[in-house]
Design a protein around this ligand. Structure first.
Ligand SMILES: N[C@@H](CCC(=O)N[C@@H](CS)C(=O)NCC(=O)O)C(=O)O
Length: 216
């Protein structure tokens, strides 16, 4: 049986999110690890916008947004209701958190990571803008161990790869910060089997056009 093809880049938080969705759904794909500076022609033909992740289904359908890949994978198999189909208010809350992450937090994160390329403000300023979201997560995590309930849902998995990047910009600062619930939540996810699986290293597809079965 041919598997769907996933174009992926190990260190991209959007691609991590998509791989997490596939692993959580136990849905295997044929993974092609790419290099952002040399995107394969076949990927650009399928998805001219040129971002990873891209999932190409057996029927030729192309899914080129990481959140949609998660939703597609979980729609195939979601024993823990990570999609929150049973609670529409939580489903909306999850979507709102993910939208804020992608539309607002991510751009502050990029400026915090590369503050020297954005001299309008300093690193601390960019970190403080990012902290608005971190404080919101801290508040949610003070109510339950995961963002919207006792066990993780799609929002936890879609968001923590980005919080990991934020924490890594200045680890010492993050570890001494007041965000104790976020620290614990992040540390637990980073030690999880799913995260270890999604961070496996694969040779790039460009070199020998070799794909790897991922997510079994
Ligand atoms: N909205 C997209 C964003 C994906 C995205 O921006 N991925 C980055 C890598 S982290 C990318 O491919 N950038 C293209 C490039 O750097 O050339 C999604 O959710 O999948």
């Amino acid at each position: 049986m041919t598997l769907p093809t996933l174009y992926s880049f190990r260190r991209c938080p959007y691609a991590m999110r998509a791989r997490l969705g596939l692993v959580l759904a136990k849905f295997p794909v044929s993974l092609r690890e790419i290099v952002l500076k040399h995107k394969p022609e076949a990927m650009l033909l399928a998805s001219p916008k040129g971002t990873v992740p891209v999932l190409i289904l057996q029927n030729g359908e192309v899914i080129e947004e990481s959140f949609e890949i998660m939703c597609w994978a979980l729609a195939q198999n979601d024993p823990h209701d990570l999609l929150l189909t049973a609670t529409s208010d939580k489903q909306e809350a999850a979507k709102a958190l993910i939208d804020y992450n992608d539309q607002v937090f991510k751009s502050w994160l990029d400026k915090y990571k590369y503050a020297d390329r954005h001299p309008e403000y300093n690193e601390q300023y960019y970190r403080e803008q990012g902290e608005v979201f971190i404080a919101q997560l801290e508040n949610l995590l003070s109510k339950h161990p995961q963002l919207l309930r006792a066990i993780p849902c799609i929002a936890d998995y879609a968001i923590y790869p980005f919080i990991r990047q934020f924490a890594h910009v200045d680890k010492a600062w993050f570890e001494q910060s007041a965000y104790k619930n976020v620290q614990l939540w992040l540390a637990n996810h980073l030690q999880s089997d799913e995260f270890i699986t999604v961070m496996q290293k694969f040779p790039t597809w460009l070199e020998n056009e070799q794909s790897f079965v991922f997510g079994q």
